[in-house]
Design a protein around this ligand. Structure first.
Ligand SMILES: *Cc1c(COP(=O)(O)O)cnc(C)c1O
Length: 436
């Protein structure tokens, strides 16, 4: 998505000289996290790369995950899946149809556009594009099945489907009462050769509450669905239920395949249960920017729109060229932590669209003599990243940002704006990116 990345990986030479901010993405950390999760799971794993790989960049993350052993890639929207297939083709990754040994990765997309069968069968329909792209697709309703079967007939192929059942989340998926009719229709479409039901799956709603009993209820409903599907004569061979939380905290939910998203990026699905560091995960994203202006303001001077923060003493403040259009939540006003050199400080006043002001400390000591500015124009500021092992650098974590903004780590990384260039470091990055 960013103009500074290519499909096959980094292209830091294309980093715009004019850019003042960057997200440094550590591909070695991603590979480490993938291998660690795979070891824990003990079953094949899907790298979930929806939403531009949670803001980290689709192509480089997908290829890194495959090199770390992922046998599946998962995205939500069909449009994302088509983009992903084009990236994989360009990178020379074999498609399942071209790889008789079964070693080629599969791509699953679980949100399809709504379409009537006549439209689905048209030469240019997105569902026919999905079939041409060798995607695995999810189905939850009869009308989805009708559209998919129509597309498959028109394309003279067999659609590979994963039947999604609702096991207690009440989001997507077939309800138990609708399942017999849907399963019977699937069976007819299988007999006709239009579809193949390769998977049965669902999603956990409270995997991060290991003692709530919720996952056990999901499992009961899953087994009921499995019986209905089996009675209809369907034989899905891939059963999957767990995302990162299920993988980590509910071994019984691992089944044949786990779908790992947040853990791959080095973050815990719920740091209040276990932190990423405790899990041995390494955060892959570091958001940094440069200080573009440093100034001294008088005691009582208000800062930014609305004057919601005023200097408690004569003060040094600095300007950082990142704002809510870049994904810095406006909720971080006067609270979002920022590291600069060895110093931890915070945003003061409101987050603007393109910029924030940070506190750099008092401009006078108790005796009234002037203090020099503790930071200079051009210094690197870090909004979030992996904590510095040597402790020499102040680096706020994504989890601290989530807490400061009343949200979750998923949202902090995923909302990172398209305007921020992604720079790749670590294995497969094609050269080290030198921090300024
Ligand atoms: C996003 C998503 C995942 C990945 O979840 P994480 O908690 O990030 O591991 C897995 N499955 C489905 C259906 C999802 O929507």
């Amino acid at each position: 998505m960013s103009s500074t990345t290519t499909e096959t990986g980094p292209d830091r030479s294309a980093l715009p000289a004019a850019a003042t901010s960057r997200a440094v993405i550590d591909l070695e950390a991603v590979a480490h996290n993938g291998r660690l999760l795979a070891q824990t799971a003990g079953v094949p794993w899907m790298a979930v790369v929806k939403a531009d790989a949670y803001g980290h960049g689709l192509g480089p993350i997908a290829l890194t995950a495959l090199s770390a052993g992922a046998s599946w890639l998962g995205v939500a929207q069909l449009a994302e899946a088509l983009t992903l297939r084009a990236l994989l083709d360009e990178a020379g990754v074999a498609r399942p149809v071209e790889e008789p040994s079964g070693q080629a990765p599969r791509v699953l997309s679980w949100l399809l556009p709504v379409m009537d069968p006549a439209r689905a069968a048209c030469e240019d329909s997105p569902l026919r594009a999905a079939l041409k792209a060798d995607l695995d697709l999810s189905v939850s309703t009869l009308s989805q099945l009708e559209a998919l079967a129509a597309a498959a007939r028109a394309q003279a192929t067999t659609a590979r489907l994963h039947l999604k059942v609702d096991t207690g989340m009440s989001r997507g998926g077939a309800m138990a009462e609708d399942l017999p009719a849907l399963a019977a229709a699937l069976r007819r479409a299988v007999d006709e050769g239009a579809v193949d039901v390769v998977g049965l799956w669902s999603h956990l709603s409270r995997a991060d509450e290991p003692t709530s009993g919720s996952t056990e209820e999901h499992l009961v409903r899953y087994r009921q669905a499995e019986r209905i599907v089996c009675e209809a004569g369907l034989t899905p061979s891939i059963h999957h239920l767990a995302a990162t939380g299920g993988l980590l905290w509910h071994p019984e939910a691992r089944m044949d395949l786990v779908r790992a998203g947040i853990g791959l990026y080095g973050l815990s699905p719920d740091p209040s249960v276990t932190t990423g560091a405790e899990l041995g995960l390494r955060p892959a994203m570091r958001l940094e920017s440069e200080l573009v202006q440093v100034k001294r303001i008088d005691v009582g001077q208000a800062v930014s729109y609305g004057g919601t923060w005023s200097a408690p003493t004569d003060r040094w403040v600095g300007l950082v060229p990142l704002g809510y259009s870049d994904g810095v939540p406006r909720a971080a006003s006067s609270t979002g932590p920022v590291g600069i050199g060895g110093m931890m400080t915070a945003i003061v006043g409101r987050v603007c669209m393109d910029q924030v002001v940070i506190d750099l400390g008092p401009a006078q000591d108790e005796t009234g003599s002037s203090l020099p500015a503790p930071a200079q124009v051009g210094d690197t500021t870090v909004l979030w990243g992996a904590p510095d092992a040597l402790g020499q650098e102040a680096v706020p974590t994504v989890d601290e940002w989530a807490q400061a903004c009343g949200t979750i780590n998923y949202e902090i990384v995923t909302r990172l704006g398209a305007r921020i260039p992604r720079c790749y470091v670590g294995a497969g990055a094609g050269g080290d990116y030198a921090r300024p």
